[in-house]
Design a protein. Structure first.
Length: 460
């Protein structure tokens, strides 16, 4: 299967194109920010905001990598010229380079990707090309770090725009998590001591959407990484070894998954890093089963129960599928919730004539709508509002990093230090080894695919 569109449908599906039509008054609809009409380089050197799109209100933490100025010729080039330059550079580089494109990338970038998929699939896709000198990751910073963790030391992982972070990932930094851990030690005592059942007081679990430093943290403290596809299996693994879980950075994925496992909401206190004991009492923390970090995705929190109700009125028989980063009431009101890969597979498997309202990033939803014209597919949120940081990978940056490679220069390399990489790989390996307990019934709701379900990488 391919998610790359032929030229005509690509134009129709392109979020850039939708935004241009809305901004020029040629199409109905609205965007979440008029800033979307501006070029990305106007924001990338700016002081505080993430840029146009859903997470524009989130503040970039100091110390985040910032993109340097892009040479002028890339800013002034037309779309067609950039397209041709990217193709020419890729043709020159041949097997020396592999370009990875996340599902949330704009079509003008995805069309050049050798692999299109979710964050974990793409990191694995890089493993299939050990001879490529460079892995150009069209996604966000934590994804490029994960690719660096899994690739060979000789391979350079390149993020075309260093300002493409993830506002949710940045909501949990190493210093705050270390401080949290020390406070939990005050409440629970020795965090390595086991009870009669052999369980430690708390197991840390980090979502894939987090820095390599946090993956290293959980690796050092007996914890592991999860993705939106295997969060349930990972929590079950953790509950076998710990009395409770510290889950970061996404409160919604943690809450939705723990609730599906039967954990009562009152045993899921939130950890606000700006407050003493995260804002809970010691008794509440002693009673806790899952401590949820106060993080969220600005894209997925835009989806509401009212949007679902409206979709059901306007489209009787509609199937509503949302990403588990959506707030709990939205996941509860949907017909199914699952990772980006789950959403793609559900649409692929549906009989012709199905109608879907999808609660995830608009680039993926519009691409699926163009790819599967036999269905009616629309975004739950009628406002065109891409993930602002994914949107920072403009074709101009892709052309630049590729042409630099042609000239023998590696720019924007993402490197994880050995000190961090070693425990981070342990956390990833634990995730890969985690299996659902034999006593657990197979999950069929789509709210969580089994950990060992096939995770096919989509080759473009
Ligand atoms: P995936 O892990 O499904 O690629 O999701 C990444 C992401 O950023 C979701 O918001
Ligand atoms: Fe991060 Fe949300 Fe964008 Fe995914 S969609 S990269 S979680 S801000």
């Amino acid at each position: 299967m391919t998610l790359v569109q032929p030229a005509d449908t690509r134009l129709a599906a392109s979020v850039d194109r939708s935004i241009q039509l809305i901004q020029t008054g040629k199409a109905a609809g609205s965007t979440c920010s008029p800033d979307l009409a501006k070029g990305p380089w106007e924001f990338d050197a700016g002081p505080v905001a993430y840029g146009p799109g859903s997470s524009m209100g989130d503040v970039i933490p100091t110390g985040s990598p910032r993109q340097g100025a892009l040479p002028e010729s890339y800013k002034t080039a037309s779309d067609a010229e950039l397209h041709d330059r990217i193709r020419a550079a890729k043709a020159t580089l041949g097997e020396r380079v592999v370009v990875l494109g996340h599902f949330y990338q704009r079509d003008e970038v995805v069309e050049h990707a050798d692999f299109v998929g979710d964050s974990f699939q793409l990191a694995n896709a890089a493993l299939t090309r050990p001879d490529a000198e460079a892995i150009v990751f069209c996604g966000v910073h934590f994804m490029a770090e994960t690719a660096d963790l899994l690739s060979t030391p000789d391979q350079a992982v390149i993020l075309p725009n260093l300002a493409a972070g993830c506002s949710m990932a940045d909501m949990a930094d190493e210093e705050s998590v270390e401080a949290c851990w020390a406070e939990l030690e005050d409440v629970y005592g020795d965090l390595t001591a086991t009870d009669a059942a052999g369980r430690v007081p708390v197991i840390p679990v980090t979502y894939m959407n987090s820095s390599a430093a946090l993956k290293g943290f959980v690796g050092r403290h007996g914890g592991l990484v999860c993705t939106s596809s295997n969060a349930r299996t990972v929590l079950e693994w953790a509950f076998e070894r710990g009395q409770r879980v510290l889950f970061f950075p996404d409160q919604h994925l943690g809450r939705n998954t723990a609730k599906a496992l039967g954990v009562p909401l009152e045993q899921m206190p939130m950890w606000n890093p700006r407050r003493a004991l995260g804002g809970s009492s010691a008794d509440e923390l002693l009673d806790a089963r899952v401590i949820l970090w106060h993080g969220f995705c600005s894209v997925h929190r835009r989806f509401t129960v009212d949007q679902i109700a409206q979709a059901r009125i306007d489209h009787p028989g509609v199937q509503v599928i949302v990403h588990p980063e959506c707030p709990m009431p939205v996941v509860d009101a949907a017909d199914a919730a699952g990772s980006t890969d789950f959403i793609v597979k559900a649409i692929q498997a549906a009989p012709a004539g199905s109608t879907f309202a999808i609660g995830t990033e608009i680039n993926l939803v519009q691409r699926l709508a163009a790819e599967y014209p036999q269905h009616e597919i629309f975004c739950l949120d009628p406002v065109v509002c891409p993930c602002s940081t994914m949107y920072r990978i403009h074709p101009g940056y892709l052309a630049w990093v590729l042409e630099e490679l042609v000239a023998g220069r590696v720019v924007n390399r993402i490197t994880v230090s050995d000190e961090v990489a070693e425990p981070a790989r342990v956390a990833l390996e634990r995730m890969l080894a985690a299996k659902p307990p034999a006593s657990v019934a197979p999950v069929d709701s789509g709210r969580d695919a089994p950990a060992d379900a096939p995770r096919s990488t989509v080759e473009a």
